[in-house]
Design a protein around this ligand. Structure first.
Ligand code: CTP
Ligand code: MG
Length: 413
């Protein structure tokens, strides 16, 4: 077995808080952002940075859960991690982490697990900037206009150019940090962060630029922000249609839809209203032609299906017409980097008599799809099956799409 060298940098990840402001019913570090917890995301960042010893400070009773997260994040470098129990305050938790450091740690970073999405580059930058004397914090300029207040009275403006918002990880040379912690313990003073404690012991602290992603998850809004950031970065759940689309080969999709007659009001079909014709029933207007086209397009682009994007979970489409469905579908395709080649649909039904309004229907559907050619044909079934018995309409559509850009780039439809 090869023994890898133990790095001289140690990162204490404090995760022992209770998360009272998040109100998530569990200690904050174990609240999920997506499939992964806040602590797991923080540790993923830590292990993506340059190798370091990692001490996770867990809430009492959650040491086993923390060890699981640590093992999974560490992968092959499980030898670099350990878990200790935290204290009543953040400062006590950091002290517990400090007491668990390996003998050969020279530089110590203290990091809030709550800053779950901190980029590994920021961790590396802090570690690299620590000197034998000086501590380092990442900090962002303050953008809000600040006021000094007394109760609800505004007493005075505050010059924000002289201020910066501190983040973590904060990095320090080990021995001065340990003695500063010992001094703080002896004095009984609680400092707002490690840099304040370190500076109070007479040591210099410098700042480097922070990162927006290193924001702290404190409130439910912060958690939402983290969730949105991750969701926006996740590749579409849909299969990226293999390598074919990359070489410009068009992709084909098929959609079918069936609706029974029996809805209220007039018929809506192929994007048109048909006064006097029996209506189709459905969650929306029952326009089976439009719905088959939506499925053909989504299917071609590998973006799921109509139920996912327009089903009962989307009450805004109750009663909606073809126009709304097709416009939204085109937006989904555009966001995923697809342009529409053409669409062809055929419906089977005894009614309505279609040929007189074919051009009008094709025009309406095409315009909702940004001008992509749409053709619609109609046929009867010689009296056979449910369309033949006049019970409903059956539609099949095929669509061709082509990848024209990166997902989320805006493209012509
Ligand atoms: N922390 C800790 N031990 C404590 C208190 C806080 O390890 N006794 C950690 C938290 O887990 C968090 C970081 O310090 O990663 C920053 O603290 P904060 O955001 O205030 O977290 P909580 O104390 O958990 O939240 P709250 O103040 O809302 O209860
Ligand atoms: Mg707290």
């Amino acid at each position: 077995m090869t023994l890898l060298p133990v790095p001289h940098t140690a990162i204490i990840v404090v995760a022992a808080g209770s998360g009272t402001r998040l109100e998530a019913g569990a200690p904050k570090a174990f609240v999920g952002i997506d499939a992964r917890s806040i602590l797991r995301h923080a540790l993923d960042g830590v292990f993506a940075a340059a190798p370091a010893q990692v001490v996770v400070v867990a809430p009492e009773g959650f040491e086993g859960d923390a060890a699981t997260e640590l093992r999974e994040a560490a992968g092959a470098r499980g030898d670099l991690g350990r878990v200790v129990t935290g204290g009543r305050t953040r400062q006590e938790s950091v002290a517990a982490g400090l007491a668990a450091l390996w003998g050969d740690a020279r530089t110590v970073l203290v990091h809030d697990a709550a800053r779950a999405l901190t980029p590994p580059e920021l961790i590396d930058a802090v570690a690299a900037a620590v000197t034998a004397e000086a501590g380092v914090i990442p900090a962002l300029p303050v953008v809000d206009t600040l006021k000094r207040v007394e109760g609800d009275a505004v007493a005075a403006p505050v010059d924000r150019s002289a201020l910066a918002a501190a983040q973590t990880p904060q990095g320090f040379p080990r021995e001065p940090l340990e003695s500063a912690y010992a001094a703080a313990l002896a004095s009984g003073v609680e400092y707002t962060d490690d840099a304040a404690l370190f500076a109070a012991a007479g040591h210099p602290v410098r700042r480097i630029p922070g990162a927006a992603r290193a924001f702290k998850i404190t409130t439910p809004d912060d958690l939402e922000r983290a969730r949105h950031l991750l969701a926006a970065e996740r590749p579409a759940a849909a299969p990226s249609p293999s390598t074919l689309d990359r070489s410009g080969v068009p992709l084909v999709g098929i959609g079918t839809d069936v609706h029974a007659f029996g809805g209220d009001g007039d018929l809506w079909l192929a994007g048109l209203e048909w006064p006097g014709e029996p209506a189709l029933s459905g969650h929306s207007d029952g326009d089976a032609v439009a719905h088959a086209i939506v499925d053909a397009l989504l299917g071609a682009a590998g973006l799921g299906d109509i139920g996912e994007h327009f089903g009962t979970a989307h009450p805004e489409y109750a009663g909606a017409h073809a126009d709304a469905f097709l416009r939204r579908t085109r937006e989904l395709l555009s966001a995923a980097g697809f342009a529409i080649g053409n669409v062809s649909a055929q419906f089977q039904s005894n009614r309505p008599r279609f040929s007189a309004r074919r051009a009008e229907a094709e025009q309406a559907l095409s315009s909702a799809l940004g001008g992509a050619p749409v053709t619609v044909t109609a046929t009867t079934t010689d009296g056979l099956g449910f369309p033949g018995r006049g019970e409903g309409v059956s539609v099949t559509a095929v669509a061709l799409v082509v990848r024209v850009g990166d997902p989320s780039a805006s493209v012509r439809g």
